[in-house]
Design a protein around this ligand. Structure first.
Ligand SMILES: NC(=O)c1ccc[n+]([C@@H]2O[C@H](COP(=O)([O-])OP(=O)(O)OC[C@H]3O[C@@H](n4cnc5c(N)ncnc54)[C@H](O)[C@@H]3O)[C@@H](O)[C@H]2O)c1
Length: 406
């Protein structure tokens, strides 16, 4: 039996996928409401294909519990935030989940950390904790790190098709756990040491952050001198070895905007490029704020409540708002006492911020300036409804005349 600890964006689909592939799975979360909902068939977030997968997993006998199970295989998919001041990883969720597992596990159990962790976390925090509890690593407990690469919005497909990395102290145990993931993973699985698995995961997200920062910096340069950044990127990308990403209103989510900070926190003297990229991406909501100010001035609009932000999620077609550029922008506005801006997101059903509209047409009726912060399919399908507004399109999805870009 596999006991998966933490049933969030990563743990839940992973648990369902293992169950669908025929493994006996118990999903454990200390959030009682979440466990109760899952038992009733209610899912905590939207994700393409998740309902069907949930049903298949239930048919195959998956159960959900607040209890940690006595078994031989554990997967930990708990949060790994960073500490705002020091930028270092906060291991408290991993250590707490680990201790709960150590309370009940079989001798010789494999503990697989799926959470993204900064390089060295296992050596610095996890091993000492296991030893402090009197267990011998390699005999009583086998340690592994199998970081996850899936992206919200395409999780189910990517669980099956992304290649994976498994870091293990003992290659034989690594190969055994690789066999477990091969139950559903159709792609390559590399077995390596734990340090390399930790580092490669953080490096992947840092690479993306840096590349997005380059596009964002270009957007600022082009805006300053009235050049079309999208046209310039399109042309530059025709070069066979150039592949510039698209600029945007900022970087959010639980991964790309978080993981590079682990390296900055641990290697402050060596991370000039990484830190600069983080700063550029974090500055984008302020850049959007400046663009809104320009448009308000140009049209002599003085009332901020005439501005509407479309999209609260951190990316298109999902309901996850963590670290989202819109939330970052609202924070900036708040600092400047710009209260009352309207907000709408078709995917975010619960009320996350003040002045959040539940109805798109009502939202449009109240505003004169529409700021597209997220390129949900919903807005792409409703472009005809927004043509009468002054539109600031930070996602480059509108092709009609008079649209303002980043
Ligand atoms: N969300 C993503 O797109 C994504 C992608 C790749 C990797 N990751 C990594 O996966 C990890 C999990 O992220 P997430 O987005 O799934 O987080 P999440 O916040 O959606 O879910 C975490 C869950 O863990 C539960 N939990 C926390 N501590 C627990 C404990 N001690 N015992 C039982 N349950 C506990 C919480 O109640 C929550 O339901 C993080 O390290 C993250 O960086 C996330």
């Amino acid at each position: 039996m596999i006991n998966i600890i933490g049933l969030g964006y990563i743990g839940l689909p992973t648990a369902l996928m293992f169950a669908k592939s025929g493994e006996v799975v118990v999903g454990t979360d200390y959030n009682t409401d979440l466990v109760n909902s899952l038992e009733k068939g209610i899912l905590p977030f939207e994700e393409e294909g998740l309902e069907e997968l949930h049903q298949k997993a239930l048919n195959n006998g998956i159960t959900f519990s607040t209890e940690y199970q006595k078994t031989h295989t554990y997967i930990l998919a708990v949060p790994t935030p960073y500490i705002k001041e020091s930028k270092k990883l906060d291991p408290k969720y991993v250590i707490s989940a680990l201790n709960s597992v150590l309370d009940v596990c079989d001798k010789g159990a494999s503990v697989i950390i799926e959470s993204t962790v900064s390089p060295g976390t296992v050596d610095k925090y996890v091993r000492p904790e296991i030893e402090r509890r009197g267990y011998v690593i390699g005999e009583d407990i086998h340690l592994l790190h199998a970081p996850e690469r899936i992206i919200p919005g395409n999780m189910i497909y990517e669980l099956e098709h992304n290649s994976r990395t498994i870091g293990a102290d003992n290659i034989e145990i690594g190969e055994k756990i690789k066999g477990l993931y091969l139950n559903f993973c159709k792609a390559d699985i590399v077995v390596t040491d734990i340090r390399s698995a930790e580092m490669s995961k953080v490096v992947e997200n840092t690479f993306r952050d840096i590349n997005i920062a380059f596009a964002n910096e270009l957007a600022k340069i082009c805006q300053m001198d009235n050049m079309d950044v999208y046209e310039i990127i399109r042309i530059a990308n025709m070069h066979p070895r150039v592949n510039i990403m698209q600029p945007g209103p900022g970087v959010g989510g639980h991964c790309i905007s978080v993981d590079p900070w682990f390296l900055v926190g641990d290697y402050p003297d060596l991370t000039n490029l990484i830190l600069t990229a983080r700063k550029i991406n974090d500055s984008m909501p302020k850049h959007v704020l400046g663009r809104i100010r320009d448009i308000m001035r140009e049209h002599n609009i003085k009332d901020i409540s005439k501005v509407g932000l479309y999209g609260l999620a951190y990316k298109e077609d999902v309901d996850d708002t963590r670290e989202s550029p819109t939330l970052q922008l609202l924070e900036r506005m708040d600092e400047h006492l710009a209260f009352g801006v309207k907000v709408f997101d078709p995917h975010v059903k619960n009320s996350v911020v003040d002045y959040q509209s539940a109805n798109f047409e009502e939202f449009l009726n109240e505003i004169e300036i529409l700021v597209i912060m997220v390129g949900h399919n919903h807005i792409k399908e409703n472009l005809n409804l927004i043509k009468s507004k002054h539109v600031l399109d930070t996602k480059n999805i509108c092709t009609f005349e008079g649209v303002y870009k980043l």
